[in-house]
Each structure stands twice: as C-alpha cells, then as structure tokens.
Design a protein. Structure first.
Length: 133
C-alpha cells in the first residue's frame, strides 16, 4: 500500500509539471519576454521571427495563452488521479498517462492559437494589418 501511495504522489507531481511550467513561463513571458529574436529561447516560429514587432507580440501573447491554459489544466490534472487514489499501480499509471496526453495536446495546441492570432494581426511580411471598424 505504501508503494502505491508513493507512486500516486510521484504521478501527481509529474502531472502537475506541465501546468506548472505553463503557468510559470506564461507569467514570465507576459512580464519579461525575451527581448531579442534568437534561435535559443522564446516562442520561435517563422512568423514570430519576421521582425521585432512580431517577436514581441508573439512572446507576450504566448505568455497569456500558456498562463490561462496552465491554470485551466490544474483541476482536470488532479481529478482523474483522485479517482484512482488507493488503486493499483496500473490504474494510477494509466490515469497519469491519460492526463499527460491531454496536457500535451493543450500545450501543443497553443501553437495553433498563437499562429492564428499572429496571422490575423500581421500580414505575411510581418507588417501590422490596419484595423478597420
């Protein structure tokens, strides 16, 4: 039983990593995003790297998306593991894997959200589109 609880705690901690990283980096990117276009750190896509304006926009927007998505993922990451609390290692592992899969879909899906917003805000050359009301 102690081994099962220890494994459950381990799986819970691992399943809280992705939301935790998303919240932490999201908050940081909103306040202190990478300021220079670089190949090593930040939200780096062809569109975000067009110029400084697209870069700055993408870093802050990705921060906002990750922060919100990370917060949204917290409760759904914990609930399935509460359901399998006290069950065998296989059930806990399966629940933990399912939670991680959903988290990865959300995390990778955030790229689509940011890219769509970049394309709505900037033209293909990275120039801001004129807003019309």
């Amino acid at each position: 039983m102690i081994v099962n609880i220890a494994f459950w705690i381990f799986v819970l901690a691992m399943d809280l990593l992705i939301p935790g990283v998303m919240i932490g980096f999201g908050k940081e990117f909103q306040k202190n995003p990478p300021t220079e276009i670089n190949p090593g750190f930040g939200y780096r896509t062809a569109m975000s790297s067009k110029n400084q304006d697209t870069w700055d926009f993408a870093q802050r927007y990705m921060g906002k998306v990750w922060y919100q998505a990370g917060r949204w993922l917290l409760i759904p990451s914990i609930l399935p593991l509460l359901i399998v609390l006290g069950q065998d290692v296989g059930a806990v592992g399966t629940a933990g894997l399912a939670v991680s899969g959903v988290q990865l879909v959300v995390m990778l899906g955030s790229i689509l959200v940011v890219e769509r917003t970049l394309r709505r805000t900037f033209d293909k050359n990275g120039k801001r589109k004129i807003e019309t009301d």
